[in-house]
Design a protein around this ligand. Structure first.
Ligand code: LCS
Length: 394
């Protein structure tokens, strides 16, 4: 299909990126090849120079991967996508492309633990300084600005405390200081939130999560808004090498066909589970963007379609009660990752965010008692019954 911007997200999920092919297969073949032939020496030289269209070598481009890139770029209303071998590869490619020694980056203090560690443990060694801020506070962001600030990097909502950034206000700050705004949109997916609409410059996804949706692939995506950004990012990705393999790209593209319906059920189920948790006497605090009690609920209504499939909560008995809950559930699986059709439960302080120092975790309000649920698309009453029987054991 023409990846026309005029189609709805429901239609794009099913058709975007799919092109007519030699045998008119409804699902195009998987180009499981590392390299491509040239017709002759002249053709090879012309393709390398970019004077003739064609593929060269899969790290530099592959039709199966390109189909997925077109699909996600279309869903995000962006210019072009760049598929990466993981979400971390996507993040690293963006940092490598835009940050140089002597630069400063403002990063949300609430991001996936390894993103914090990548800046603290790797990029600091390259002479890049990071200030971690509370992205809910525009004052905090403004006061972190330095003359050499080149990038503002946010996840919204942030992993795992679901703190929300005001996308329009962040892009305004970035524009004012001549920096770029990079948004990790993994928790929302393009169905629920469109960061380009609010002025983001680059979007990142861990496609391991909602985009693929089936917990069987690790993959990432960068979406560029302009040809200039795309060219820089493509050159960087070719050189740093974190390109996505064709089979993985095929699987993610297949997963995206059901993205819009999956997101609807994730959101519906999560709302019901959050209401159940909020009213449970053993639960101290429930964090869900759809609850009126979420301090940024009104902002969420402005910049997202629905409130997502992620819930974090704290039990009155702290971490010991949390452990009992995680050991007591039967239908929900005790595992990290998120965004798949199955409900997963995990403990950020000892799992996804264990790589951060306790001090950094507490600054980001990732308390030891916090438990995170990625709500799946199972029957919601059965998920609640599972949590309920586990809570009775505490
Ligand atoms: N961005 C976000 C918001 C994430 O949650 C993750 C992984 C990544 C980037 C990295 O993507 P990956 O390289 O794993 O594809 N988040 C995980 C989590 O919360 N549990 O396990 C992985």
């Amino acid at each position: 299909m023409e990846t026309s911007k005029n189609y709805s997200d429901e239609t794009k999920s099913v058709h975007a990126g799919i092109k007519d092919n030699e045998n008119l297969a409804v699902i195009p073949p998987i180009y499981q090849t590392s390299t491509f032939k040239f017709k002759n020496a002249e053709h090879g030289a012309a393709v390398f120079k970019g004077e003739e269209p064609g593929y060269i070598y899969t790290r530099m481009g592959n039709p199966t991967v390109e189909a997925l890139e077109d699909a996600v770029a279309s869903l995000e209303n962006g210019h072009k996508g760049l598929a990466c071998s993981s979400g971390m590869a996507a993040i690293n490619t963006v940092f490598s492309a835009y940050l140089n020694s002597g630069d400063h980056i403002i990063c949300s203090e609430t991001v996936y633990g390894p993103t914090t560690a990548l800046l603290n443990d790797v990029y600091s060694g390259f002479g890049i300084e990071t200030t971690f801020v509370d992205i809910a506070s525009l004052e905090d962001i403004n006061s972190a600005v330095k003359p050499n600030t080149k990038m503002i990097y946010i996840e919204t909502p942030g992993n795992p405390t679901l703190v929300v950034a005001d996308l329009a206000a962040c892009s305004e700050i970035a524009r004012k200081i001549g920096a770029i705004l990079v948004v990790d949109n993994t928790f929302m997916s393009p169905i629920l939130q469109k960061p380009f609409k609010f002025g983001a410059d680059i979007i990142i996804h861990s496609m391991t999560k909602f985009l693929n949706g089936h917990a069987d692939v690790v993959a990432g995506m960068i979406i560029a808004k302009s040809e200039e950004d795309y060219k820089l990012l493509r050159k960087t990705l070719n050189l740093v090498g974190g390109f996505l393999a064709p089979m993985e790209a095929f699987l993610v593209h297949r997963g995206i066909k059901t993205l819009s319906v999956r997101m609807e059920i994730h959101c519906r189920n999560a709302m019901k589970i959050a209401e159940y948790l909020e009213n449970h006497q053993k639960v101290k605090k429930t964090i869900y963007l759809g609850l009126k009690s979420h301090p940024q609920h009104e902002l969420c209504k402005k910049q997202m379609k629905y409130f997502g499939g992620m819930i974090s909560f704290e039990l009155k008995g702290g971490i010991e009660s949390g452990k009992k809950l995680m050991n007591g559930v039967k239908l929900c699986q005790l595992a990290v990752s998120l965004g798949g059709v199955e409900s997963l439960i995990q403990h950020p302080a000892s799992m996804t965010h264990a790589i951060m120092s306790k001090e950094d975790r507490l600054k980001a309000q990732i308390t030891d008692g916090l438990v995170r649920i990625s709500v799946g698309i199972e029957n919601v009453d059965e998920i609640i019954a599972d949590i309920d029987q586990a809570l009775k054991m505490i």
